[in-house]
Design a protein around this ligand. Structure first.
Ligand SMILES: [Zn+2]
Length: 252
C-alpha cells in the first residue's frame, strides 16, 4: 500500500483540521487527491511543491472544500513555477464540465494551463491504473469515487464525500489479482438536517451498522466534523488519520 499524506482531514466547516486532501509523491511526481480551499496553502507550508514538477490531480466533486484552490494551484504551476498539472477525471461529460466551468471561472485554461486524462497508466512506478465510480452526495453535483490499482497487486478506494456506504462497499473486495487493502471514507457525527431529504455524508451510525467490527481496520475515516468525530471513529474500531506537519513531510 502506498503512503498517502493528508494536508487536512476536516469537513467543509471545520477549518481547524483543514480541508480533506491527500498526496503521494514518487521522485518528481505528485498525486494529489482533491484540492480544497486551503490545500494550496497547506502544500506550500509542507514544502511539497518545491520537490515535484509533474502533478496529477484527482477531483471527487466541485464543493469548495474539494476544489477551492485548484485554480490557484494550476495558475501557480503554469504562470510561476513551470510545473505540469494533469487532471485525472472520469469521462462523464456532466462531471467534467462542472470541473472545467469551475476552473474557467478561476482563470485557467484546459489544454493550455492544464491537461486532462482518464487513466494513470505508465505514470507512477507503484500505481498501475485508476478507475472511477459514481458516488451519491449532492443532487446537483456529480461526485466520483476512485479505485487505485497498485503494482503490488493491491487496490484501495478513495470515496470523497458520500451519503451511501453501500455504493462504496460494492467496491471493497478483491478483484482478479488485486487484493482490497483499504477504503478512505468520509465520516460525520449523526445530525438532523433542517432539510429532511438532505444527508450529504456518511454518518458514524451508517458505518457501524454496515461495516462489521472485524473489517473496520480496512476503512480509514476522514473529513471529520470535529475532534470528537475522529475519537468516536477510533473507538468503534475504524482507522483514523491526522493531517501531516511540515516536519513529517520533509522526512520523506
Ligand atoms: Zn462535498
Amino acid at each position: 500500500m502506498i503512503k498517502l499524506k493528508f494536508t487536512g482531514v476536516g469537513s467543509a466547516f471545520n477549518p481547524t483540521l483543514y480541508n480533506t486532501s491527500c498526496y503521494y509523491t514518487e521522485a518528481n511526481k505528485m498525486l494529489l487527491i482533491d484540492c480544497g480551499a486551503d490545500t494550496f496553502r497547506r502544500l506550500h507550508e509542507l514544502c511539497v511543491l518545491d520537490r515535484v514538477s509533474d502533478i496529477y490531480v484527482c477531483i471527487t466533486h466541485t464543493h469548495q472544500d474539494h476544489i477551492g484552490s485548484l485554480g490557484t494551484l494550476i495558475a501557480y504551476c503554469s504562470f510561476v513555477s513551470n510545473k505540469k498539472v494533469t487532471l485525472i477525471l472520469d469521462t462523464d461529460d456532466v462531471y467534467r464540465q462542472q470541473i472545467f466551468d469551475t476552473l474557467s471561472l478561476a482563470g485557467v485554461r484546459k489544454d493550455i494551463d492544464y491537461n486532462v486524462q482518464n487513466h494513470l497508466k505508465d505514470t507512477f512506478t507503484s500505481i498501475f491504473n485508476v478507475s472511477f465510480f459514481n458516488v451519491s452526495h449532492n443532487s446537483f453535483l456529480k461526485s466520483k469515487g476512485y479505485v487505485f490499482y497498485l503494482n503490488s497487486n493491491e487496490k484501495f478506494i478513495y470515496s470523497g464525500d458520500s451519503n451511501d456506504i453501500q455504493t462504496i462497499l460494492h467496491h471493497c473486495h478483491d478483484v482478479g489479482r488485486y487484493k482490497f487493502v483499504q477504503a478512505f471514507i468520509d465520516c460525520n457525527i449523526d445530525k438532523i438536517s433542517k432539510y429532511n431529504d438532505m444527508k450529504p455524508h456518511e454518518y458514524l451510525s451508517d458505518l457501524t451498522k454496515f461495516i462489521p467490527k472485524n473489517r473496520r481496520k480496512l476503512f480509514t475515516t476522514m473529513h471529520y466534523d470535529n475532534y470528537k468525530c475522529r475519537t468516536k471513529a477510533s473507538e468503534y474500531g475504524f482507522n483514523i488519520v491526522y493531517h501531516c506537519t511540515e516536519f513529517e513531510s520533509t522526512l520523506e
